[in-house]
Write a protein that binds this ligand. Structure first.
Ligand code: NDP
Length: 404
């Protein structure tokens, strides 16, 4: 029986993780659940999974959770311990009673707890992007020092893990990450200026949280994945290639020195990589329907358009530069995406804000998680200022993007 802490249980990855647990109740038990502010969903998860501890973002939200549990009818003796704040996230991630930590909080709020779980030598099923994009060197040094197991639940890295399993690393020449191309794969560059949040949120193959969905439309997400792949599997950026594959059935491929390419394909459903990250080195029964090979199907592959997706190239450059560049890249992108969703900047403004933040923010060495959080904060403040300056200059156009 493995005991799980789920950081971000009310989000898209968290909910899918709990479904995998639901299907494998003989193998997994929930030790702790952590959410931000979604009290109704967390309450129903507490009623179903009966964790020992539940954590929310603030004391005020904890008070709402108390009311909600009171209303639920669950006897107080059956309540989990209710905690709040970043220290509680760390505590449930390093507790002796947990074996596996699902790191699925969105943003840097998940960074400290995940780093602590690495130090405590847990199995970490990693979804949170910031962990490796912002703090890749620090986290991977900690992984090497502690011997923790870090298995990405991102479908591409999870696939790469499968393609590289048992490989002689010296014979590996290239990693290929597939990208669906997002909702604007075939949209001409000239039409991207008019794109609305609703259009950008309409991802063709994956249902995910808002930020990652917009990042998938701009291919920023693929850029983050290139950075994460470099850290996870020790590749130089030039050894990681992105291939557009609209059907999202092949998730990654590994090229060997003799030209052989090993590909991983599976149903387009996050429960596949989530379950693999929990069960590795074993495999459980399929959590979702398998690919039906009796049906004819076509899979396409092609190169991404660098002019339409400038954030992808920027991610490569940031990883090559090193230092704090990728931390700033992530922070600026989060602010820019938020501003786009709020109707403050147009779609193409996302890349402009990110590029300008990077060009103004001095690159520096980050030696600790504290340094990363400081750089993240400074980068956000700068990006926010740039958004406000733009909004002041282009109020009329911006209003056209304000959601109803
Ligand atoms: P969601 O936005 O759906 O969920 C985010 C989760 O984080 C929610 O449970 C939210 O709680 C929680 N959260 C936010 N702030 C805090 C906080 N301060 N303390 C505790 N919990 C907090 O995101 P996704 O599930 O889509 O993604 C999670 C991470 O995984 C992201 O980094 C994303 O890039 C990555 N990822 C996601 C994939 C996907 O398919 N969705 C694929 C690969 C990676 P609440 O809702 O209660 O406020």
């Amino acid at each position: 029986m493995k005991r799980l802490t789920v950081l971000g249980s009310t989000g898209s990855i968290g909910v899918n993780t709990l479904d995998v647990v639901r299907q494998n109740r003989d193998h997994y038990r929930i030790f702790a659940l952590a959410a931000g502010r979604n009290v109704p969903v967390l309450t129903s998860q507490i009623l179903e999974f009966r964790p020992r501890i539940a954590v929310v973002a603030t004391e005020a939200i904890r008070a709402r959770l108390v009311s909600s549990l009171n209303e639920s009818g669950l006897g107080q003796s059956d309540w989990p311990e209710l905690l709040s704040g970043p220290q509680a996230l760390v505590a449930i991630s390093i507790a002796a009673e947990t074996d596996v930590v699902m790191s699925a909080i969105v943003g840097v709020a998940g960074l400290e707890a995940t780093h602590a779980a690495v130090g405590a030598k847990k199995r970490i099923a990693l979804a949170n992007k910031e962990v490796l994009v912002s703090a890749g060197r620090i986290v991977m040094d900690a992984v090497r020092a502690s011997g923790a197991e870090l298995i990405s639940v991102d479908s591409e890295h999870n696939a790469a893990h499968q393609c590289l399993d048992g490989a002689n690393r010296r014979e590996v020449t290239k990693l290929l990450l597939t990208a669906s191309g997002g909702p604007f794969r075939t949209t001409p560059l000239a039409e991207l200026e008019k794109v609305t949040p609703a259009q950008a949120l309409n991802h063709p193959t994956w249902r995910m949280g808002n930020r990652i969905t917009i990042d998938s439309a701009t291919l920023m997400n693929k850029g983050f994945e290139v950075i994460e792949a470099c850290w996870l599997f020790d590749f130089a950026p030039s050894q990681v290639q992105v291939v557009v594959h609209p059907q999202s059935a092949v998730h990654a491929m590994v090229e060997y020195s003799d030209g052989t390419v090993v590909a991983q394909a599976s149903a387009t459903d996050m429960r596949m990589p989530i379950q693999y990250a929990l069960t590795y080195p074993e495999r459980g029964p399929a959590p979702v329907p398998k690919i039906d090979w009796s049906k004819a199907r076509t899979w396409d592959f092609g190169p991404p358009d660098p002019d339409k997706f400038p954030l992808l190239g920027l991610a490569y450059r940031c990883q090559e530069t090193g230092g704090s560049a990728t931390c700033t890249l992530n922070a600026a992108d989060e602010i820019a995406v938020e501003a786009f969703l709020q109707g403050e900047i147009p779609y193409l403004g996302i890349a402009e804000v990110v590029e300008e933040t990077l060009s103004r923010m001095p690159n520096r060495h980050a030696g600790s998680i504290g340094d990363i959080l400081e750089i993240d904060k400074e980068s956000r403040t700068l990006a926010r200022r740039l958004v406000e300056r733009r909004a002041a200059v282009v109020p009329v156009e911006a209003q056209a993007f304000r959601p109803a």
